[in-house]
Design a protein around this ligand. Structure first.
Ligand code: ADP
Length: 257
């Protein structure tokens, strides 16, 4: 049994291969061409396993670049794939918060990982992974360093959550001698508040799972816990949830032998 899920995201392309009962993960930056990134990461993942593309029984594509994947047998929306993947990573999840490169979503799911309801912010750059990358750059850091910077720092109140104004506000705060960690902690808190209002729209949930690349930021997870007042779980492979969900859907669709 060999199936694949390919999630071509705005920042990173993720591939999950299910070979018999084992799961293999691979990721690389999407770069300028979603089509090329999807094909390349897919081929690399297969060659690492010593398999050929012809052996793959079913491929599901997801993510913003899913329509550009000529080798995919089916395209499935990110909401459906993230829900399925998160339910597999953390059984019992009833709500999924996914923060990726260009959007954030909150998805209410049942215990099979089926979508019951969702809220999405894909209109505004603030609160997305790219926004955090831009802010990190203006602080002279990489996005992977934001968590350590903010750890144990009290959040500085920020006036602006518009991506454009927030960047200049951050530069101004730095110039006036404010602590970097407090600024980053303040940003995390503002993002957490935005997410909390989406969570509030969907109603109560007993188990919240946090996925997407931004879930790799431990301080962001803690800010979400503080604002939501409940435990937030980040699974291993949090960034792979969409590709994993796509691979699980591919496994259901593969032709009967
Ligand atoms: P997309 O599917 O849109 O490509 P991802 O879910 O892959 O988005 O998330 C990409 C985002 O994850 C980046 O914009 C960045 O903010 C964040 N990210 C990636 N790696 C890390 C890391 N090591 N630490 C913290 N954040 C990270």
């Amino acid at each position: 049994m060999l199936v694949a899920g390919v999630d071509v995201g705005s920042v990173a392309t993720k591939v999950v291969i299910i070979k018999d009962d084992a799961f293999y993960y691979r990721t690389a930056p999407t770069g300028w061409s979603p089509r090329e990134a999807g094909g390349q990461v897919f081929r690399e993942a297969l060659s690492a396993l010593g398999c050929a593309a012809e052996q793959v029984e079913f491929v599901v594509g997801t993510g913003y670049g899913r329509v550009s994947l000529s080798f995919a047998d089916k395209a499935v929306t990110e909401i459906t794939c993230h829900a399925r993947g998160a339910a597999h990573l953390v059984p019992g999840s009833s709500m999924v918060i996914d923060i990726g490169g260009q959007d954030s979503k909150v998805i209410k799911i049942d215990n099979q990982g089926q979508v019951l309801d969702f809220a999405m912010n894909d209109k505004c750059a603030a609160g997305t992974g790219r926004f955090l990358q831009v802010i990190a750059a203006s602080l002279g850091n990489d996005v992977s360093e934001l968590s350590d910077l903010a750890a144990g720092k009290s959040p500085l109140a920020l006036n602006s959550m518009c991506a454009v104004f927030a960047e200049s506000e951050v530069i101004g705060l730095l110039a006036s001698g404010h602590d970097k960690g407090e600024i980053v902690s303040g940003l995390h808190q503002s993002i957490a508040r935005r997410i909390a209002s989406m969570v509030g729209r969907l109603g109560h949930s007993h188990q919240v799972t946090f996925t997407g690349g931004v879930a790799r930021n431990e301080s962001m997870r803690r800010s979400l816990e503080n604002v939501l007042g409940m435990k937030v779980i980040v699974p291993e492979h949090c960034q792979m949830a969409g590709a994993l969900g796509a691979a699980l859907i591919a496994r259901k669709h593969r032709p009967e032998k």
